[in-house]
Write a protein that binds this ligand. Structure first.
Ligand SMILES: [Zn+2]
Ligand SMILES: [Zn+2]
Length: 327
């Protein structure tokens, strides 16, 4: 097998040949068809997440086909198309796992961060954390659903059922979530980098009823704002944009510091909360909905060997939608 391996934090990934592995008990091996590139991969490469581990193969939005099944990995067949998400393993016994909040597990393993991920031709996963994804849609268009889609979905659930929804940072996750929210009858207000007319037009093209810069106020107060951009300075304006009792949901795994702000912005029972990871139930619920949503997933494909270019383009925001690596 081949992979783009992070050997040193902050350094480019290196194209590497590795020995083929056989799945262990409870594991499956998947030939990768496509793997999305997520902002979290940038945080992994930059060493911004706690207890970084190298060498590691990043990538946690994996679509592929099973080509080997370990003992006790029940419920899968050779050739079956599956998705592998960020959540790679949970302990099953800690208080969070026992209260159906496995996304907060005390000793989790994450794909592409603490176990090898999908920037590769082949990947091995714990079968219990692998989703069947059926045969509708291309590998490339499904890959971003495995994190951008799923985290967006969990964020939307945390946001509650407010009708007026603001999305700060209009990348892979927001462009999927805007469509999901619209299909539920919500109104989406998109906030981009100030002056980014192209991103604002993109937001309107996937269903936003209003799009503007993050320094602008929306035309009416919002019920909820979800902040996808890893920019703590967006929290005060997002609080200002929501009504009394409204919520600001932080959807990223890492964010720059939140500046101090007057208590007035939080007063009147506004809430700030964060969304961490996903549960397998989130995956099942979301992927179950996908065939009915007629999502249009905007992707830019890169050959696997150009993973560094894809990461650089994500960092500079030079494409709309999601980057996807294709082996
Ligand atoms: Zn646990
Ligand atoms: Zn991700």
């Amino acid at each position: 097998m081949h992979a783009m391996v992070l050997k040193q934090l902050g350094r480019p990934l290196e194209w590497t040949e590795l020995p083929d592995r056989w799945p262990g008990p409870g594991e499956v091996r998947v030939q990768v068809g496509a793997c999305g590139v997520c902002r979290t991969d940038l945080h992994v490469v930059d060493g911004e997440l706690p207890r970084p581990q190298v060498p590691i193969i990043p990538g946690h939005e994996i679509i592929g086909r099973i080509d080997a099944i370990g003992v006790h990995a029940d419920g899968f067949t050779l050739g079956q198309r599956v998705g592998i998400p960020w959540l790679g393993h949970t302990c099953g016994v800690c208080p969070y796992c026992r209260m159906q909040r496995e996304n907060l597990c005390d000793t989790p393993i994450f794909t592409g961060y603490t176990r090898d991920g999908g920037f590769a031709t082949s990947v091995i996963a714990d079968a219990r954390f692998v989703f069947s994804v059926g045969e509708v849609g291309s590998d490339e268009s499904l890959a971003p659903l495995l994190c951008a889609g799923l985290i967006g979905w969990r964020s939307l659930k945390m946001a509650g059922d407010g009708q007026l929804l603001g999305l700060y940072g209009f990348g892979a996750a927001a462009h999927i979530l805007a469509q999901v929210a619209k299909s539920e009858g919500r109104k989406v207000f998109a906030f981009t980098r100030p002056g980014d007319g192209k991103a604002q037009e993109f937001a309107r093209s996937v269903g936003a009823c209003w799009a503007g810069g993050s320094d602008e106020a929306p035309p009416q107060l919002l019920d909820t704002a979800i902040v996808f951009a890893p920019v703590g300075a967006l929290i005060p304006p997002a609080l200002k944009a929501v009504r009394k009792g409204g919520k600001v949901v932080c959807a990223g795994i890492h964010m720059s510091d939140i500046p101090s702000f007057p208590y007035d912005l939080l007063w009147n029972e506004r809430q700030i909360l964060s969304v961490a990871n996903l549960t397998r139930q989130d995956g099942l619920d979301f992927l179950d909905q996908v065939p009915n949503l007629n999502l249009v997933i905007r992707t830019t494909a890169y050959p696997l060997q150009q993973a560094n270019q894809a990461l650089a383009d994500l960092r500079s925001g030079s494409f709309e939608g999601a980057a996807v690596l294709v082996p």
